[in-house]
Ligand binder design. Structure first.
Ligand code: GLY
Length: 309
């Protein structure tokens, strides 16, 4: 079976590196980590790593996860502040701790302990856009007492500068025929502090099983958490559904969600035969993803399918 890599449009800065490593025989975890590190460090990608949009308090909180489809060991960090490469810290959680996920201060403590690189993830442009929102939308009384004010109402009214809530997701079938997944995100712009999306939650934002396939989501993480979307796609394949039908079934699960935040969510999936499917659910515009298959000179941008719930 041919090697394959699927990543979303935000994967642009890293897709070439991951594809090259897979072509040269690297394992999926190494190749995915290397590619995601490039995305995290690229400040033109506004929903991942350095340059990501901040939360309501103007602080950048990052989430990331990896899963090994052979062992089902996962590593995840959530609401991590001040570090450049959350994906590498997530991998270190997987490889160095008897845990699967660390969040907030504990994640930062562990990052410090392993000597992870620190940085200020809030770039001047993000700070400017956040400050414009703060001056324009936060009532004067709240601005005077900031940050000791209730934030729940502001969270309800927050307007995402990009309608983003995006992420980068990488799925690979490597030369050893092993299937791996990794994801990284700054989450929902203007989110409530401490909000975790689907990305650090193994089974929601990503899942991999070398025997069947892998899946990962971008977009509205709240939906993927509620439907357990990535695990569901892989489980549907385990139960005998084709890749096509497994993704359809997961879309039907999303259709059953009532209330809460229902917006765009994009499902990415690969199977053990080297096939793939990417569907943007509720997308208002055409989206693209990156595809590299063994034998391709370079990754190609492909249009996603679009399905409306
Ligand atoms: N899918 C990314 C997030 O909701 O944070």
């Amino acid at each position: 079976m041919a090697r394959i890599l699927v990543t979303n449009s935000e994967g642009r800065p890293g897709v070439g590196r991951t594809a090259q490593m897979l072509a040269q025989g690297a394992g999926g975890l190494d190749a995915i980590e290397a590619g995601i590190r490039e995305v995290e460090a690229d400040t033109t990608i506004r929903t991942v790593g350095r340059g990501g949009w901040p939360n309501l308090l103007g602080e950048v909180e990052l989430d990331a996860a990896m899963i090994d489809g052979n062992t089902f060991r996962g590593g995840a960090v959530g609401a991590l502040k001040g570090y450049l490469h959350p994906i590498s810290i997530a991998r270190a959680v997987m490889e160095q701790l008897p845990h699967e996920m660390l969040v907030g201060e504990g994640a930062a403590r562990f990052a410090h302990e392993i000597g992870a690189e620190t940085t200020n993830n809030l770039i001047p442009d993000s700070e400017r856009v956040w400050r414009e929102w703060f001056e324009d939308k936060v009532p004067a009384a709240a601005r005077e007492n900031w940050p000791d004010v209730p934030l729940a109402g502001l969270c309800q009214q927050a307007i995402d500068p990009e309608k983003g809530m995006d992420t980068t997701v990488f799925l690979s079938l490597d030369g050893r025929q092993e299937i791996m997944a990794g994801v990284s995100t700054s989450g929902w712009a203007w989110k409530y502090p401490g909000r975790l999306g689907d990305s650090p939650i193994i089974g929601a934002g990503c899942y991999a099983d070398t025997r069947f396939g892998a899946a990962a989501c971008t977009g509205t993480g709240e939906m993927a958490i509620r439907a357990g979307t990535s695990r569901a796609i892989v489980l549907y394949m385990k139960m005998g559904l084709s890749l096509q039908a497994a993704v359809d079934e997961a879309i039907d699960d999303l259709r059953q969600l009532k209330g809460g935040l229902i917006q765009r969510i994009t499902l990415h999936a690969i199977d053990r035969n080297g096939d793939h499917r990417v569907v943007a659910v509720n997308a208002e515009e055409q989206l693209t993803y990156w595809l590299w298959r063994e034998g391709d000179d370079a990754p190609q941008a492909e249009p996603t399918e679009i399905v409306t719930l």
